[in-house]
Design a binder for this molecule. Structure first.
Ligand code: FES
Ligand SMILES: [Fe+2]
Length: 361
């Protein structure tokens, strides 16, 4: 096990994460337990859409954290996110989603309510203290921003703390009216570390070089980076005549032509707010050098979909992927060790590296 790198708190003195860090199997395993299993994670959109009297099995971060879960909604509409692991001898309880009034384990017939309560079990007469609460399916929290649901398997930080300044900053957007648009959901898989994908997301430095089309919609000169305890905000200012938010008076950004609020929340959630709505990107590690990114859209104003910084997201994603895959090869080279940060352009990357090393410690 190699020693964790130190990222100097002073950006002008700091060196970036070393190249080995991005492909290291030990770091990867620790990242699953110490980082992803302890932070808020977006749930698939099907969870929020689940009808009454139904159950839906899902895996949180397949191939990585790999936690078997089952989402339920009772006849009266109450939602739960439960462990899908039977408390008897550990079989998976729900294998296929559908309508049901209880959950029955297919191994020895233990039955649970849609609230996770252990209801009955064959051949258990005379077992002392049975059923106890430890025989119930474990429950996990569900919290929402607009229509997006999140859960947390075991972290200490509350959902509101994690969201930090986001709800207030985008308070003028009717988030509760956002509609999930499954037709625009996309999944991208590529050969690079999840952390390199985040590094790339966290700076607009590369926009003029890598994204010529996006660069025309943004005014690079006015690009702004703000860090906060759990994340980073990048504010993209619209180029002359390009689509921008209608921001009410008294808002801190009133009078500015803002094309996008790009929020990243530690470790792997990106909430991109555009005048048309929200593009959610969830970065899912598969192996140290393979990553899947899920794109989901929640739409407020579909007419604005094809203009400004929030248009052509697929093209921008492919440009980012190409460069990140190149960088994975580069940082794996014998000739590369560590880089330095631009104090004006790479404060977000620096903040991410600090948070990541801190969480792994
Ligand atoms: S493992 Fe579920 S009833 Fe035995
Ligand atoms: Fe990019």
């Amino acid at each position: 096990v190699r020693k964790l790198p130190v990222i100097d708190p002073e950006i002008a003195k700091a060196h970036t994460l070393p190249g080995w860090f991005y492909g290291d199997a030990g770091i990867f395993l620790q990242t699953a337990e110490r980082v992803f299993a302890k932070t808020w994670q977006a749930l698939p959109a099907e969870v929020a859409a689940l009808g009454s009297g139904r159950a839906l099995p899902l895996t949180l971060l397949p191939d990585f954290v790999d936690e078997p879960l089952v989402a339920t909604r009772s006849e009266s509409g109450e939602r739960r996110l439960l462990s899908n692991v039977c408390t008897h001898r550990g079989n998976l309880v729900v294998l296929e989603g559908g309508a049901c009034s209880s959950l029955r384990c297919g191994y020895h017939g233990r039955r649970f309510g849609l609230d996770g309560r252990c209801a009955s079990m064959p051949e258990f007469e005379g077992v002392e203290g049975f059923p106890a609460t430890s025989d119930d399916l474990m429950g996990f929290p569900v919290a929402s921003l607009g229509g997006v649901d999140f859960t947390n398997l075991g972290g200490a930080i509350s959902f509101d703390e994690w969201l930090g300044p986001i709800p207030e900053r985008v308070e003028f957007m009717p988030l509760s009216e956002m509609r999930h648009d499954p037709s625009t959901s996309r999944t991208y898989t590529f050969d690079a570390s999840w952390a390199l994908y985040c590094d790339n997301y966290l700076e607009g430095f590369h926009i003029p070089f890598v994204h010529p089309e996006l660069n025309r919609a943004l005014s690079f000169r006015d690009y702004q980076i703000e860090t906060f305890a759990t994340g980073v905000l990048q504010v993209g200012t619209a180029a002359e005549g390009e689509l921008a938010f209608e921001i009410p008076d008294r808002h801190p950004d009133a009078g500015r032509a803002i094309a996008a609020y790009y929020y990243w929340l530690f470790p792997n959630t990106m909430l991109n707010f555009y005048p048309w709505g929200l593009s959610l990107n969830v970065v899912e590690p598969i192996s140290p050098t393979r990553t899947r990114v899920r794109f989901e859209s929640w739409v407020i104003d579909p007419a604005k979909r094809e203009t400004g910084a929030g248009a052509a997201l697929d093209l921008v994603e492919r440009q980012d992927e190409d460069v990140v895959v190149q960088v994975q090869r580069g940082v794996s080279s014998r000739a590369y060790d560590r880089g330095r940060y631009s104090p004006t352009q790479e404060r977000g990357v620096h903040h991410f590296h600090r948070l990541l090393v801190e969480a792994l410690r």
